[in-house]
Design a protein around this ligand. Sequence first.
Ligand code: URA
Length: 194
Amino acid sequence: MNLEELRLKCLDCHQCSLGATRTNTVFGVGNPAAEILFVGEGPGEQEDLSGIPFVGKAGQLLDKMLASIDLSRERNVYIANIVKCRPPHNRDPLPEERSACLPFLRLQTLLIHPKIIVCLGKVAATTLIDPEFRIMRAHGVWYERKGFWMTATFHPAALLRNENLKKDAYADLLGLKEKIQQLGVRTDFSLAEG
Ligand code: URA
């Protein structure tokens, strides 16, 4: 199966109840050849309406965060979410919704095969790194899991709520940049390759 076939399969998924309330499934966006995968929580209102991850206010901040270390969704990263459909009223996705949706992210990850996975916020970090993950304590820490280098930083929506966290988030981004250099992760894709 390729990424497009997986996307089409995801589009009409009804494995959990979020399938009944969504406007659009939000599969992912970016360069499928990217070696860096960012994982958020789940679509919000704008994402549900557009079918594209991180296009609302938090998404605009994410794009700025990426740009601060010369990354972009058009060129050298891929962006996905733990759940592909919007939880009503933007509540946290429930454990059964996360587990129903996780096979999509697993396959997406296998097909993209990134070297680095960056969790954006608590939901992604507790789902992908450790159920006990504490973002305040462990943001910016690196873990080597199943052949991937993984880390977590603050969700951009959390940074919009609490500007004081931005300094720490920027330090995490600099840590990411260092890891990219250390591992020789490819970022120099041309726009045409993205
Ligand atoms: N927040 C997320 O976690 N993901 C999105 O796609 C948008 C907002």
